[in-house]
Design a protein around this ligand. Sequence first.
Ligand code: ADP
Length: 545
Amino acid sequence: MIGNMMFQPLLISSLIEHAATYHADTEIISKNTDGSMTHTNWGQVAQNAKRFANVLASFDLAISDRVATIAWNNHRHLETWYGISGSGLVCHTINPRLFPEQLSYIVNDADDKVLIFDKTFINLVLSIKDSIPSVEHFICLDAFDRDIQKALPNVCFYDDLIKERSDQFEWTELDEAKASSLCYTSGTTGNPKGVLYSHRSTVLHSYASSLPDSFNFSALDRILPVVPMFHVNAWGTPYSAAMIGCSMVLPGPMLDGASLVQLIDQYKVTNALGVPTIWQGLLNAAYQSGSKLESLVRNIVGGAACPPSMLKAFKDDFQCETIHAWGMTETSPLGAVNQLKAKHLETDETEQFKQRFAQGRPPYGVSLRVCHDEKGVEESARDGYTPGHLQIKGHWIVESYFNQFDHALTQDNWFDTGDIATLDQDGYMQISDRSKDLIKSGGEWISSVELENIAIAHPELEMVAVIAASHAKWDERPILIAKRAAVSSLSEAEVLAFYHNKIAKWQIPDRVIFVDAIPVGGTGKILKKDLREIYGSVLLEETPA
Ligand code: ADP
């Protein structure tokens, strides 16, 4: 017997329809590529999305064709997203910070038919245009610009394209399992692989990520997704904000601390989302300017481990609750988020604070387990202590990669994340490391994350990364790459002394190498692969064979 309730497919178009109907005048504030600001709202975003859908309908495209975007977080980009997915096409967001060869690889792999780009990326588009034969239409997300047209004669301009179009469009009726968007892993470990989200997975992910025990979004919020729309769909915020009716501030290309402080203060942002390197920049800028970030009630940090010292700084100095979350491109991204349970409120503040360090527990819709090996044959104990290979399954988790027909799953249908983690009885998960970043010293594992968390708590260190360096005797030993604060003259010995009594002696890094800058990739994460290439043999050079 089938239940007697209405069935409506879970479609992305229903999100923008909801926002336009019930939150039409809720503001979307957007920084343009030239630094100017545009104030719009959900109602106008929906109208322009429909105008753009009419533009796409005039192209010769078939359902599920891919439309690529290379753009910052801004209102035009947001409009195109809804126009693309709402008309049954697949919105393929591209990370502009990849190398041109990687970019053309991705465009060709996706077989993109349309390429939409922000003006600032014209040189990048020019550098790949001859190696991406599938692209039939180039659209610059701006008003007409003579220089751009000169450089790329067959380009169209978004503002001109939508100007004359009707704002009436019947969103395409689709099966909810149809593809809606495509995102490639950022390739910090290996070649980029495409993850093809569905309408259903996206809508369910929006429900789960908005919950009070997740990102805690409400129609009272004004959110600032600093995480780019090309990084796992800005963690799904353009969808969940429409579902909930949040106001949004879209920060455009300027993601430095000072610009973010200004946006938060001027527009009274209540909740902001981004990776730890972004928050480090924000903290530094706020200290410098004296801003108290008064409106900011909470910020979500994920994409890389959040050092406990960062949680403390936001809480003590800005009364802002920092929520640690974990996820990946393959998981849409939300896999775990750290919110307390009632029983934790019975413990003292120090205990509660400690509880928040971990990456958190899974929201309804996904499950986590840790296993002895990546094949998932045997589960490790859920004791909060025994590390294992972290695996996940659920409604918004990848099954297979785009264009690769074999399953990406274990025999019993879990996805192995490549992370090493512990789980406790309540499902709180703590990442020890990426399996590729773990340091294997004399047969024992050392977590680079743990060593980084200690070092970054030193007030004179601005950014740190711990990597494995090859070692003649121990196979691998940890070394610390560190960027000192501007006025610091901290020595290697002082940094090493800082580790004493905080960790077992044999885990203390062998070397500290001070650098002027630590390389970060397109999504703001530290590029440990690059660091290993540069510094991975320093200990071999020092140790006599
Ligand atoms: P890439 O794999 O190219 O970095 P993703 O953005 O998909 O692209 O990265 C997912 C990975 O980021 C996870 O597998 C994990 O290693 C790391 N990660 C994400 N969130 C956290 C977190 N809160 N703590 C530690 N690591 C995290």
